[in-house]
Design a protein around this ligand. Sequence first.
Ligand SMILES: NC(=O)c1ccc[n+]([C@@H]2O[C@H](COP(=O)([O-])OP(=O)(O)OC[C@H]3O[C@@H](n4cnc5c(N)ncnc54)[C@H](OP(=O)(O)O)[C@@H]3O)[C@@H](O)[C@H]2O)c1
Length: 285
Amino acid sequence: MTIAVTGATGHFGRHAVEALLRSGVPANQIVATGRRTEVLNDLADRGVLVRRADYDDEASLREAFTGVDRLLLVSGSEVGQRERQHTNAIAAAKAAGVRFIAYTSITRADTSRLLLAAEHRATEQALAASGIPVALLRNSWYLENYTGQLPTYTQHGIAGAARDGKVSAAARADYAQAAAAVVGAEDGHAGAVYELGGAPFGMTELAEAVSTVTGQQVRYTDLPVEQYQAVLVAAGLPAAVAQVYADGDRGIADGELLVDGADLEKLLGRTATSLLDAFTQASRS
Ligand SMILES: NC(=O)c1ccc[n+]([C@@H]2O[C@H](COP(=O)([O-])OP(=O)(O)OC[C@H]3O[C@@H](n4cnc5c(N)ncnc54)[C@H](OP(=O)(O)O)[C@@H]3O)[C@@H](O)[C@H]2O)c1
């Protein structure tokens, strides 16, 4: 059985390939794809098949998926282009005879009002229309969305617009391990819809975790969505990115990134990495 992973040049896909290898899948049965294949040289040295695949180039996708049985389609990072790009990947998978696709979607993509959900919803619809058996891995936020801001938090405090909402963020490596468990299974998971996330926390708990780990009192300041968006623009983010981030916090306030965590723990066979552990690791790196 040959398993392909798109976005293997990125963080999530790399974790997924490593998890497949750890689980015992032979390296020569894994196809790691992306555009920047030069960052996959170490995997090639370990026997993983490395193939260039560009979501904007259907021929490259068809070639990359040749002989592939099961595909982990990791959503792309070019927001606004992804419906077309993912549709290209699905068409190429169909043409190549791929028998199963696991797709990294977003929490309750079918009904979510998050701006980011539209492309995932369209992709889920394209997957359904393809007739290929599918598992949907609907991921909530990455914990790295928060741990990556540790220096900002300690310097400026935490600002947001999530009010008293909670988010079921989980470590990217945990989501990737769960994805590897699904795509790496001999069969099964077809038709599954997994709502994946970790133990929920609110922004006050986020501030507490940061304070505990750094030994510095860090506070959370809640702002109206438009004001938070303006703060992000003033901090240097492009307006469109600031809008998406602020809308994410609006979504947290409205419970749109909250799941019960059971699906992730079931796929992992253990508890997910906690907020405190994630910040402890981040503070050491
Ligand atoms: N749930 C969350 O909180 C959250 C947060 C951030 C992102 N995400 C989503 O999760 C995905 C994986 O996250 P990540 O942390 O691994 O992101 P990442 O490190 O930025 O990796 C993105 C991957 O997408 C690939 N990609 C982008 N455009 C492509 C194209 N046109 N053709 C082929 N490959 C393309 C990149 O490949 P190359 O670099 O080789 O072009 C890279 O491997 C993201 O792309 C995004 O959809 C979710």
